[in-house]
Ligand binder design. Structure first.
Ligand SMILES: Nc1ncnc2c1ncn2[C@@H]1O[C@H](COP(=O)(O)OP(=O)(O)O)[C@@H](O)[C@H]1O
Ligand SMILES: [Mg+2]
Length: 327
């Protein structure tokens, strides 16, 4: 459905002089700096997938989405979506996609939500019965009723996002782009949006690309994740593979039944001690949890224990910081 090959987007940004006479120098000489917002990115997405596009701020996520939706023209590379080149046949192209940008609404600021939706019905030429059906379904799923007659500018961020999601789907697009749909929302509002996204993907078969810098979005929704940083695609695969590859490190928390001077054990490292509680770290590939537990219990008297699975958030931070995936 989506084929992206060696995609680039470079921005020329004016470099500003600093210090004395900076104003004059800025006027006289124009110096540019090249920002490689998207740098040689390739991927393929099949119909029906729900893919997480993850990366820190400034990574290049929105720039990618803007090219995929035809809002920006690539500097280089190939991009085919639904057999079309997005920026070349925008009119026909947008009829079959839905887009939500978390940072700004596509609705009319001063109009009540319902009037915005009705306007969109005409823009997209949605047949009346189809419109009514969709509106009623989304009103239920997104609980829009309490604010259907409220102007968009008076909505809370969470309400606005729900209205925007409804607006993006009224014309039954086969493909939905969500750019940070949970940004700035509280936990409850995020959860509601996530459930809706999952519903749309499962029940309607809509292909969805979801950009986020919130790992929990991806963990709850996506099997496949692509990670971008500094414009480069660092990882494309199953979230589980990412876990296995980079996060073999699990933790075993043990409450000892008495005080021990030395609590060491083969195959694990002691990473913390708090009274009689000891935290061991061990790697999935070197020892199983049950093997480790049996080694410890042979040597020490144990009162209680718990295995803690690795924190994928920490893993991803490590991937960014230590550039683990760069070639
Ligand atoms: N119109 C633009 N002009 C200049 N630089 C831009 C423009 N849009 C984005 N950038 C730069 O491109 C990089 C990627 O931005 P963006 O795609 O918005 O990142 P993300 O959505 O992952 O936060 C950033 O360094 C950003 O400053
Ligand atoms: Mg962005």
């Amino acid at each position: 459905m989506i084929q992206v090959h060696n995609l680039h987007k470079h921005f020329k940004v004016t470099r500003h002089h600093q210090g004395r006479l900076a104003g004059v120098r800025n006027l006289l000489t124009r110096e540019y700096r090249l920002v490689k917002a998207v740098d040689n990115v390739s991927f393929t997405i099949q119909t029906g997938e729900l893919v997480g596009y993850l990366g820190p701020n400034g990574a290049g996520k929105s720039t990618t989405i803007k090219m995929l939706t035809g809002l920006l023209v690539p500097t280089g590379g190939d991009l085919v979506v639904n057999g079309r080149i997005p920026h070349q046949s925008r009119q026909q192209y947008v009829a079959n996609i839905g887009v939500v940008f978390g940072q700004r609404t596509t609705l009319w600021w001063d109009l009540p939500v319902i009037e915005s939706l009705e306007l969109l019905q005409h823009v997209y030429r949605v047949p009346a019965d189809r419109f009514r059906q969709n509106l009623s379904e989304f009103t239920d799923l997104l609980d829009l009723k309490p604010f259907l007659h409220t102007p968009v500018r008076s909505l809370s961020l969470g309400q606005r996002m729900r209205a925007d999601l409804c607006a993006a789907l009224l014309h039954d697009p086969a493909l939905l782009f969500l750019d940070e749909p949970t940004i700035g929302l509280d936990v409850v509002a995020k959860e509601r949006i996530r459930q809706f996204i999952q519903h749309v993907n499962r029940e309607r078969g809509t292909t969805i690309i979801l950009t986020t810098h919130d790992l929990q979005d991806v963990e709850k929704l996506c099997e496949r994740v692509m990670i971008i940083d500094h414009g480069r695609l660092l990882f494309d695969g199953q979230l589980n593979d990412l876990r296995e590859r980079f996060d073999g490190r699990r933790e075993l928390l043990v409450d000892m039944a008495e005080a021990y001077e030395d609590v060491s054990v083969e195959g694990a490292q002691v990473v913390a001690r708090d009274g009689w509680q000891v935290t061991y770290q061990f790697s999935r590939s070197s020892v199983t949890a049950s093997e480790l537990i049996s080694r410890i219990s042979q040597r020490y008297r144990i009162r209680d224990l718990a295995v803690r699975e690795p924190d994928i958030e920490a893993t991803i931070r490590r991937i960014y910081e230590e550039r683990l995936l760069e070639t």
